[in-house]
Design a protein around this ligand. Structure first.
Ligand code: PHE
Ligand code: ZN
Length: 873
């Protein structure tokens, strides 16, 4: 909570100072118990020779909930006069240059609802220390540039907590006199406190092994509740694939004898890369065909890989301070995206990632919390685990990869890992390694780290028929963002191709943009080409070029870049929907152009096309994407136009949809490979169009699919489509059947909740409030809040934005409740309200009123305070 009504203060990157003291060794002893937990920390402390401040005090972070029992230096107990303490810090003004500090602390994991530090999840103890959770466990310099070797003894009741885990290798175990048992763990790699982890519980385990390229055996263990033991194979397979991929692609091997993953039900985020002991949200590790959709299978594969890759990009080389968060996150997201691209379909992976970036990250860039990939200041670091730091950060690394090419990029990462192994560094060091291996000057490129906002690129072309010369002119600019009115030009790669009328490629390559305005000429061309620009989305920008419909159709048909083929289709659909929105608002009848029907028919009937591509090409741009593109968001117009188009395309192409449905149904047993996923995705897309007709025959088909499915992808798609297509009675029936079938599977029931919360049919708010009374709903569990509250506010725009403001008041009520209980979740759920500036004025007033209500609701956590106060500016 904020300190005695003082406003929480920001922390600035420019104020960074090296730590005055280093911790050479950290020994911890945990006595876990139901009513309280005792933590004894023995720290070997040494003055930092790199610190020039003489007589610096020793500062230890300590959350206000820590109960200090005893503090001693070199065995001498300190008295109250020897140190001072406030809500955040314990300060000892005078200490020797080298000493042992011992500290005994009492904490209450059983009361911890914030899920930071040590807490209980379904009867087991677990930890979450990133970014600043370790200070809720004991007094410590809780900053990533203090790296220490840890030895941890975990003591707990034998029967309730048979499994006792921490980082590194187990070195000792046994019994204490009172019937409790213990295990001691040693982690030889120095690490910051945010990578510390501990788990104690009654857990089942899946074991396997992996032999590294240099022949070292590694024991692999995935722990979960015994009822979920049958859902760990996919994660294990993904882990082994990730280990091998990192050896082949980056030359990086695993470094401990054991690698553990633990699945927990209560978790604020997706997963955490604690050294040798990853802790995962169950939603990112459990998978089985019966209970898990294709999308979730892919997510498990991606997240397992992501956390594994952090062992090098994050743990062996870590961040100097939290402003550098993208050093590990941007790089690791890039690594996991490339891994997933190699394991599945590269084009599909790129389409999915860019869709997320263009809807959610671009919206963040356009909102009040916009910040650079390397922020300059923050009030609460938890608020900066954002799409900008993660996804845009990954795009920045991808641009380096594009500019340098794969070989130089690999030499760059080799140099980076070699130079900085065991260190805590900054994004400058990462870029420097790339500059050193390539001999390039990347000074201007670094603006991607310091300037916020989504750059705009206006492209125009001209053609000189006589000389056969084609000319492209690029103008770049970047809108103002909070604290940054003026932007300097970015250095960015623009991958391109020039297509002839017969589809041949006349030229292709990468242009480097560095100036506000820049032209490029292509000589000796036999004809005026159609330009394919920003292939593979080679830079995270909004690029506009006044394409004619014919040109877009040409790209859609012939571009060898799969991403741009898809994007050409998106541009066609977006342009049409935007013009339909104008019609809708002026009360004109909405009409489906015949040309679009023809294009779609040709895509639907061409059985030679890759089903994955077709499924993406024929999916209408989402409401979220259309909102992001709008000047002023008209929620109703967007929704109605999209519904109209869905229905009209369904009617116009009924036989085609039905044929595609039949063609992509398969008798083969379920497999989550790329080809099978693509087939299911196309099948369920066609089912959606068929249901959009509102005809009973297709409802019967959907119900058959629901009843006969051997996998969750098909069953859940049928359920969601029936419910969302307005078949009210059938929807109720299927929801009841689904519940009866799956009530013992928490993750499946989360989907059941979120299908209902995102159902736009009138009366949604009342339905959501009834869902909250459901016995399986638990407001302390973040996954449940995401399935109900976040699904309603984030994926049910028409209901959340109800004209009476009831959706906004509903969200504000939740924020006020969660502010105390779980500030991180409260602050994340708040996002939809912060976007008020994008809506018409009368809507703005309603949204702002709720933000103001939150601000006035009493003492706010730093998390919520930062987001609300910045949003109201
Ligand atoms: N570092 C984690 C990851 O990206 C995310 C995370 C952050 C988890 C903070 C918990 C708390 O892999
Ligand atoms: Zn990460």
């Amino acid at each position: 909570m904020s300190q005695h009504n003082q406003q929480p203060q920001p922390i600035y990157l420019k104020d960074y100072q090296v730590p005055a003291y280093l911790i050479e060794h950290t020994e911890l002893r945990f006595e876990l118990d139901e009513q309280e937990t005792l933590v004894r920390a023995t720290l070997r402390v040494r003055r930092n020779p790199a610190c020039t401040r003489s007589k610096a005090a020793l500062e230890l972070h300590g959350h206000e909930t820590l109960e200090l029992c005893r503090l001693s230096i070199n065995g001498e107990i300190l008295s109250e006069r020897d140190f001072s303490r406030n809500e955040e810090l314990l300060t000892i003004p005078s200490v020797p240059t080298e000493f042992t500090l011992e500290c005994l602390t009492r904490i209450h994991p059983e009361l911890n609802t914030a899920l930071e530090g040590l807490y209980k999840s379904d009867g087991m103890f677990c930890t979450q220390c990133e970014a600043e959770g370790f200070r809720r466990i004991t007094f410590y310099p809780d900053r990533p540039d203090v790296m220490s070797v840890f030895r941890t003894r975990v003591v707990a009741d034998r029967s309730r907590y048979p499994v006792l885990l921490s980082n590194g290798n187990p070195v000792e175990s046994g019994y204490e006199d009172d019937g409790r048992h213990f295990v001691t763990w040693e982690d030889p790699f120095p690490k910051p406190a945010y990578l510390f982890a501990l788990v104690a519980g009654d857990l089942a385990v899946l074991e396997d092994s992996y032999t590294t390229a240099s022949g070292r055996p590694v024991k692999l263990q995935i722990y979960a509740d015994s009822k979920d033991l049958d859902k760990l194979d996919h994660a294990m397979l993904s882990l082994k694939r990730a280990m091998q991929w990192d050896e082949q692609v980056y030359g990086r091997e695993y470094d401990l004898d054991i690698y553990m993953i633990v699945a927990v039900d209560f978790f604020n985020m997706g997963a955490m890369e604690n050294k040798g002991l990853n802790i995962f949200n169950t939603s990112c590790v459990l998978a089985s065909p019966q209970t898990t959709t294709d999308a979730a299978f892919q997510r498990v594969e991606g997240v397992v890989a992501h956390e594994y890759f952090h062992n090098w990009s994050g743990n062996r080389v870590t961040c100097r301070d939290w402003f550098q968060l993208s050093l590990k996150e941007g790089f690791t997201v890039f690594r996991d995206a490339e891994f997933s691209a190699d394991m599945n379909s590269r084009t599909v992976k790129r389409i999915e990632d860019v869709s997320l970036l263009r809807t959610a990250q671009f919206a963040e860039d356009a909102g009040p919390m916009a910040h650079p990939v390397r922020p300059e200041s923050f009030i609460e670091i938890s608020n900066f685990y954002t799409l900008t730091v993660y996804e845009k950060g990954a795009e920045v690394v991808r641009m380096l990869h594009t500019l340098l090419g794969p070989e130089q990029f690999r030499r760059g990462t080799d140099l980076y890992f070699e130079r900085h192994d065991g260190q805590a560094v900054t994004t400058d060091e990462f870029v420097q390694a790339m500059a050193d291996v390539s001999g390039r000057d990347l000074t201007q490129f670094k603006r991607w780290y310091s300037q916020a906002g989504t750059p705009r690129i206006q492209v125009s072309d001209s053609w000189d028929d006589v000389a056969g010369c084609y000319r492209l002119t690029f103008r770049q600019s970047c809108p103002a963002t909070p604290g940054q009115d003026e932007k300097l030009p970015f250095h960015m790669p623009i991958a391109y191709g020039l297509l002839a009328a017969d589809g041949r490629e006349l030229a292709a390559g990468v242009l480097e943009l560095t100036d506000a305005e820049q032209s490029f000429s292509f000589d000796d061309l036999s004809e005026r080409p159609v330009p394919s620009l920003l292939r593979g989305f080679s830079a995270p920008v909004k690029l506009s070029f006044s394409y004619s419909d014919e040109q877009l159709l040409h790209l859609l048909r012939h571009d060898c870049d799969g991403f741009n083929r898809w994007d050409a289709g998106q541009r066609i659909a977006v342009a049409l929907m935007q013009s339909l929105m104008v019609d809708y608002r002026s009360g004109r009848e909405l009409r489906l152009p015949e040309s679009l029907v023809d294009t779609w028919r040709s895509l639907l009937t061409d059985a030679s096309l890759d089903p994955a591509m077709v499924a993406h090409l024929l999916r209408l741009p989402s409401e979220a994407y259309l909102s992001e593109l709008a000047d002023v968001i008209d929620v109703e117009a967007i929704h109605e136009v999209r519904e109209f188009l869905l229905k009209a395309l369904a009617q116009a192409l009924l036989p085609e949809w039905s044929a595609v449905y039949n063609r992509s149904s398969s008798e083969e047993p379920y497999a989550p490979d790329a080809a099978a996923c693509a087939r299911r995705s196309l099948k369920n897309l066609s089912l959606g169009y068929l249901l959009a007709t509102g005809e009973e025959v297709w409802l019967t088909l959907a119900e058959e699919q629901f009843n006969n499915a051997d996998n969750m992808t098909d069953q859940q798609a049928a359920l969601a489509l029936v419910v969302h297509s307005g078949f009210r009675q059938a929807g109720e029936r299927l929801l009841a059947e689904f519940q009866a079938q799956w009530q013992h599977e928490a993750l499946v029931m989360n989907q059941w909740f979120s299908i209902q919360a995102s159902d736009p049919w009138p009366g949604a708010l009342g339905r959501v409030q009834r869902l909250q009374e459901h016995p399986l709903f638990d407001a302390r569990n973040p996954n449940k809040l995401r399935s109900v509250v976040a699904a309603f506010c984030g994926q049910n725009a028409v209901s959340f934005h109800a004209a009476d403001g009831s959706g906004y008041a509903y969200l504000a009520d939740w924020i006020i409740q969660l502010n105390k209980q779980n500030p991180q979740i409260a602050s994340r759920l708040l996002t939809p309200l912060t976007r008020w500036k994008r809506y018409p004025e009368e809507v703005q007033l309603l949204m702002k009123a709720q933000l103001a209500r939150i601000l006035d609701s009493g003492e706010l956590s730093r998390d919520v305070y930062e987001v609300v106060s910045k949003s109201l500016v």
